[in-house]
Design a protein around this ligand. Structure first.
Ligand code: NAP
Length: 641
């Protein structure tokens, strides 16, 4: 992104006047305005009347009207021609105060100071790598002597390995699959794609020229695959190998038992980083007769591509994120698709959900200095804190179907979208409007694909509860039998069985999941008292419902973990163990926070909660708070050995 900032000569016809005009027609105007400030040095552009006013759903141009857009494009054309004719010289870095002003401009608000450093680190206007912890001053022997076992080579495991490798710390990544990629390696159901904008669903230090705004699974897999190669971590990854158990020994080391293609062995590690994710153990529903279906039956995360669904009668159980993506694809080939829905999802409209990034957009992202950075930043902001205010509970609000006036407003907006999509079919409409508050469960993203699929002649949405599964199909409680050739479970994962099936024995010999029971807890989602030098990525209470991308959380977590390792190596210490009182106080705050959110509502049932109704998965606060808390470890939070 913004390669021209380095002074690349414009030797290509894509810089011709016509090409510039065509590319600018596709520009994201708020990002373009800020890029223009870089190009021209003219801060008046962001101090006038033209400014984004709405950064939420709806207008992707932030409410900037057509005439103003045209004026900005004209101005940009002149500036780009001038820049081209000057040979695309490197641009001077902007003054930090000006960047702050540009941030306020693009978010459409004056943000208080707490956000300054945080947002600047996301923006990376000076090409810094704010999530990288510097180990430069520590002797290289001390770093190399330290050995970390990373469990999992998905998004978080690859990230951890990159940071360890940059720090010169020894490490081995243990990966159960035949290759890297984690969730993108495993989930291969038709229609699988990322549902956070790709420009934010990528490592902050490795932007990509994404083909789509929300790219499909194979593109995501290619990205993680390429990153693993480019950052040189592959030699340290042991594939087709699983961690069975790990035991903490008194001297600050972990004995990690692994099982690979050549049998079992024990690896010694100074620290373990679990990067196994929350959603990698598929769950079949607790329905009578599961397993009795005579035909092919499989989970979305264990797709059996050998079963051609063309002209088949397919039954799909579930309408969560996975089923939601795959049903419209299956419906195009199948004879009939019957979708069994227990609870409808809330759906956020997103026109560009399946759109390719057009050539003009690619050009702008790749050639206009700083444009790509501001575009990523816009995506980060509009899908970040922006929506949080609308999903917070107002204790004085007494509705079952919303949690505050703002949430009710969101409900009205989302309901209007459903009405627009299926309003001509009263029966379907009634099935598609959820009765729980928006953001009670994960909100799904759609450009109409899902609703159009539900309206197809060969698709039926059944809300009659399932009584049992039998040899020939699914029987509902009203006694209806739906025969099928293929049965697909889009029924989610054992999310609350965190770290399953690994067994991790801590200081006192107690296994971690036994200690947790149904109630996984950690300090900052990363560390657990009694389990020194064991760190989690995407651990308890680090999942998100409406704000941010999981990659952001992983980058924060890994920065924190690297800070912990630095502390140990710097001080020549063997182990650090989180203080129980710090952990407990933190979890009280988390619980109170989650009770204040839509997903904490008593009338919402989801995989975010355990059987006692406690939200074990989600982060209830702002991204800024997570970023601040995980910036670096406070030694006061730990005891050392
Ligand atoms: P999920 O959201 O947990 O959905 C499971 C579905 O199965 C729900 O509709 C659930 O109904 C239904 N179900 C479960 N047990 C049932 C039963 N006994 N009878 C009837 N219906 C039953 O699982 P998922 O769709 O795999 O998604 C899990 C998470 O993975 C998502 O929230 C998201 O974080 C992630 N994900 C992300 C993407 C992406 O980025 N593209 C794609 C897929 C998944 P209830 O709602 O009533 O429980």
């Amino acid at each position: 992104m913004g390669k021209a900032a380095a002074g690349r000569a414009p030797n290509h016809e894509s810089w011709a006047d016509d090409a510039l005009t065509a590319a600018l027609a596709e520009a994201h105007i708020p990002s373009l305005v800020n890029a223009l400030v870089h190009l021209t040095g003219d801060a008046a552009l962001i101090r006038g009347d033209i400014r984004p006013t709405s950064t939420m759903f709806g207008d992707p141009q932030g409410g900037i009207g057509a005439a103003d857009q045209a004026a900005i494009r004209q101005r940009a054309l002149a500036a780009l021609r001038e820049y081209r004719d000057a040979g695309c010289p490197p641009l001077p870095p902007p003054a930090p105060e000006l960047v702050k002003e540009m941030v306020d401009f693009i978010v459409g608000a004056q943000l208080d100071d707490g956000y300054g450093e945080f947002l600047m680190s996301e923006l990376k206007v000076f090409d810094e790598d704010p999530y990288r912890v510097s180990f430069g001053h520590l002797p290289s022997e001390a770093r190399a002597k330290f050995h970390v076992v990373v469990v999992g080579a998905g998004m978080s495991g690859i990230l951890t390995a990159i940071r360890l490798s940059q720090a010169g710390i020894g490490y081995t990544v243990i990966e159960k699959n035949a290759d890297v990629g984690g969730t993108w390696f495993e989930n291969r159901y038709p229609g699988c794609r990322v549902d956070s904008p790709n420009h934010t669903y990528s490592y902050s230090f490795a932007p990509n020229d994404w083909p789509q705004h929300f790219s499909p699974q194979n593109v995501l897999l290619d990205y993680f695959d390429r990153i693993a190669t480019e950052f040189g971590i592959r030699a340290n990854i042991r594939l087709r190998t699983e961690v069975i158990e790990a035991r903490y020994a008194a001297d600050g080391a972990w004995q990690v038992r692994v099982r690979g293609p050549h049998g079992e062995e024990t690896v010694t590690a100074n620290a373990i980083v679990s990067a196994v994710g929350q959603l990698n153990r598929p769950k079949l529903p607790n329905i009578e007769g599961v397993g009795s279906f005579a035909g092919p039956a499989f989970h979305t995360a264990q797709w059996q591509a050998e079963h051609d669904l063309t002209n088949k009668r397919v039954a799909v159980i579930g309408t969560g994120a996975s089923a939601f993506q795959t049903v419209p694809e299956i419906a195009q080939a199948a004879e009939r698709v019957t979708v069994f829905q227990r609870t409808p999802p809330w759906v956020a409209p997103r026109a560009e959900y399946h759109d390719a990034i057009t050539s003009g957009k690619h050009w702008l992202l790749n050639n206009v200095p700083f444009y790509g950075k501001w575009f990523r930043f816009w995506m980060f902001w509009t899908t970040g804190e922006g929506l949080l205010g609308m999903v917070k509970r107002d204790p004085a609000w007494n509705e079952e179907r919303s949690v505050s006036a703002a949430n009710d407003q969101l409900r009205a907006m989302l309901t209007a979208n459903v009405e627009q999509m299926v309003g001509d079919d009263a029966e379907l409409l009634a099935k598609c409007v959820p009765q729980y508050p928006p953001a009670g469960k994960r909100m799904l993203v759609d450009n109409g694909h899902w609703f159009r699929a539900l309206k197809r002649d060969n698709v039926e949405l059944v809300t009659d509860p399932i009584a049992r599964i039998n040899r020939s199909g699914v029987e509902t409680r009203s006694g209806r039998q739906v025969d099928a050739d293929v049965l697909i479970y889009g029924t989610g994962f054992y999310a609350s069985r965190l770290l399953f099936p690994m067994q991790l024995y801590g200081k006192d010999g107690v296994e971690l999941r036994e200690r947790w029971g149904v109630d996984p807890r950690a300090y900052l989602g990363v560390v657990m008292p009694g389990y020194p030098n064991l760190f989690c990525c995407y651990g308890p209470n680090t999942n998100i419902v409406v704000n941010g991308s999981i990659i952001f959380f992983s980058e924060c977590e890994v920065r924190y973990i690297m800070g912990c390792l630095k502390l140990l190596i710097e001080r020549g210490l063997a182990a650090m163990d989180c203080r129980a009182e710090v952990h407990d106080t933190y979890n009280e705050k988390i619980d109170a926070g989650n009770q204040n959110m839509a997903w904490g509502s008593p009338n919402v049932h989801s995989w975010y909660k355990n059987e006692h109704g406690r939200v074990t998965q989600n982060w209830p606060f702002t991204l800024l708070e997570f970023w601040n808390q995980t910036k670096s470890p406070d030694p006061e939070d730990y005891t050392f050995a």
